[in-house]
Write a new protein. Structure first.
Ligand SMILES: [Zn+2]
Ligand SMILES: [Zn+2]
Length: 276
């Protein structure tokens, strides 16, 4: 069956804010046919993958199959696992995972984060300087320009309000089959026009009403109810259950969601796996 006819599975591997003590940091696995796309890459990657490999009884959730990751920005909660990925890939040459990001994110990832751990390798008794491309296959995205990921999958990114280089995205798996993700951002109401054709929108939330570099719950609650119903919240702090989230939903860590079924744009498969 063509990929644009198949349901897509979404597993939130983490849903927590960077100060979470309950969850993994926010990151996702999307499974579309044979493709496995990861979005953001938190620290303790290998431990997290093992946890899901065993809990979901899926041997494919492993570092060897971690071959494509979209990295939204260079904050540690979203990118620190890439150093682990780099160490694993250099041990298993010629395996070099693809990292999808605009040039600015690639640049800061290497220069301001990864180089500290990955620059130097020992070769006999001497030290050899390595580069980003010794470990990874960078795939360069441009803001506002849809990128063809193959298999009919399209990725479009827009700059959001967080670090200077941070992007929100729209992933499209065929006509009428789009998913939005905010990444970390201050409130940007114009994004919801861009996501008008998205059956579900994964959106960060923050409970401080005055924060500027994350999205206050208060601002999301100002959106029309029909928009709220398509919003699935992530990147939340430990007190999340004490807040009224209107018509929105919390994404639950470890639950398998099926997207783009005939009946609905998002279907919860095994809610028993969720932590309340
Ligand atoms: Zn961030
Ligand atoms: Zn974050």
């Amino acid at each position: 069956m063509a990929l644009d006819m198949l349901p897509v599975r979404l597993i939130p591997l983490g849903v927590g804010h960077s100060f979470t003590t309950l969850f993994h940091y926010t990151n996702f696995l999307l499974i579309a046919g044979e493709r496995r796309l990861y979005i953001d890459c938190p620290p303790y990657l290998l431990k997290m993958l093992r946890q899901y490999r065993e809990a979901l009884n899926d041997p494919e959730i492993c570092v060897e199959r971690y071959q494509e990751v979209i990295v939204t920005h260079a904050h540690e909660d979203h990118c620190a696992g890439i150093e682990e990925l780099g160490y694993m890939s250099i041990r298993r040459r010629p395996y070099k995972p693809k990292i999808y990001a605009p040039a600015g994110v690639h640049g800061s990832l290497w220069a301001e984060s990864l180089a500290a751990g990955l620059r130097w390798r020992m070769d006999g008794e001497s030290y050899v300087a390595k580069e980003y491309t010794d470990y990874f296959t960078p795939v360069y995205l441009e803001y506002g320009v849809p990128f063809d990921m193959g298999d009919g999958i399209s990725l479009e990114i827009r700059r959001v309000r967080h670090m200077p280089e941070t992007f929100g995205l729209k992933l499209t798996f065929g006509p009428g089959r789009s998913l939005g993700y905010s990444a970390d951002t201050g409130f940007m109401p114009e994004l919801f026009d861009w996501w008008a054709d998205c059956g579900c929108i994964l959106h960060e939330v923050h409970f401080d009403p005055d924060i500027r570099w994350h999205t206050p719950l208060r601002d999301l609650l100002s959106l029309p109810e029909a928009v709220q119903e398509r919003i699935w919240l992530c990147h939340y702090t430990d007190d999340y259950l004490s807040h009224d989230i209107g018509a929105m939903h919390y994404l639950k860590q470890g639950v398998s969601y099926t997207l783009f079924t005939q009946e609905s744009s998002i279907h919860v498969e095994n809610p028993c796996a969720a932590r309340e």
